[in-house]
Design a protein around this ligand. Structure first.
Ligand code: RTP
Length: 155
């Protein structure tokens, strides 16, 4: 069965400053790669606080909003777009529950994080937020369209 890139689902995944500083980039990228998802955009950026507030606008009423935005803008973030069938929902599964105390072993947060304020990674929680977050973090020309060799064996 042939899968066409144009129809493929995309999600926004970011390794937060704690994940980058702890040297977990390769470990995390490798989990998405090995699963069979395809990397279509990647860059290392230090977001401004204003940008962090835009990214987390849904949480602006929450008590931890200010600290969360300070934290996201405190250092380099690895911003990525991953593509594949079901990548939004399954990406969240790979990531694990928001609170690492509750994430299952085998998940990224379960294996690699301990507290909710330092849970190392972000992933879009649905198709609408995925679209919004990809547009916020990336210009259209930063999304690379290519056929990966693996694709014909994954699908
Ligand atoms: P994310 O958006 O980062 O993937 O996380 P999520 O959907 O699993 O969780 P969400 O409720 O959207 O919260 C976003 C981020 O806010 C931080 N947080 N801190 N101190 C707290 O009680 C608290 N609760 C959430 C976490 O970094 C969470 O990932």
């Amino acid at each position: 069965q042939e899968a066409h890139a144009a129809e493929m689902e995309r999600t926004f995944i970011a390794i937060k400053p704690d994940g980058v500083q702890r040297g977990l980039i390769a470990e995390i990228v490798s989990r998405f790669e090995r699963k069979g998802f395809k990397l279509v955009a990647i860059k290392l950026v230090v977001p401004s606080k204003d940008f962090a507030q835009k990214h987390y606008h849904d949480l602006k009423e929450r008590p931890f909003f200010d600290g969360l935005c300070d934290f996201l803008s405190s250092g380099p973030v690895l911003a990525m777009v991953w593509e594949g069938e079901g990548v939004i929902k399954y990406g969240r599964k790979l990531i694990g529950a928001t609170d690492p105390q509750k994430s299952e072993p085998g998940t990224i947060r379960g294996d690699l994080a301990v507290v909710v304020g330092r849970n190392i990674i972000h992933g879009s929680d649905g198709p609408e937020t995925a679209k919004d977050e990809i547009n916020l973090w990336f210009k259209p020309e930063e999304l690379v369209s290519y056929t990966s060799n693996a694709e014909k064996w994954v699908y």
